[in-house]
Design a protein. Structure first.
Length: 123
């Protein structure tokens, strides 16, 4: 059901859920760097953006659902939440990088193995 009270801030649990959902979508699409730059540059305008989302709620709600748009609008009403989103994106990106690198050998291991193996040297 749609929360009609748009003035009530998000609960801490819902805030964490919304931040995690947005950060996960950004990291899954490998858009961490542009997203962090965009959010950091436009942090002072986050309140204006949240109010613009409320104005566009009838139209945005058709495509994304009214409740998610209202939740994101409430999230961006406070610049501290933007900083929390940036931090979460960086955390998830680092976790993803560690998982990917954990499955592959490091470049220095490959280089040292090829330089000591006489069969692989071109010399």
């Amino acid at each position: 059901m749609f929360d009609t009270d748009l003035t009530t801030p998000l609960s801490d649990e819902r805030r964490a859920e919304v931040i995690d959902a947005i950060a996960r979508k950004i990291v899954d699409r490998r858009l961490e760097t542009p997203a962090v730059l965009f959010l950091d540059m436009h942090k002072p305008l986050s309140f204006v953006a949240s109010q613009a989302m409320l104005v566009g709620l009838p139209f945005l709600g058709i495509f994304f659902g009214a409740q998610p748009v209202a939740d994101v609008s409430k999230l961006f009403a406070d610049p501290a939440n933007v900083e929390a989103l940036i931090s979460r994106i960086e955390q998830m990106s680092a976790e993803t990088f560690r998982q990917v690198q954990g499955d592959k050998p490091c470049h220095t291991e490959l280089d040292s193995a090829s330089s000591t193996d006489p069969e692989t040297s071109l010399g």
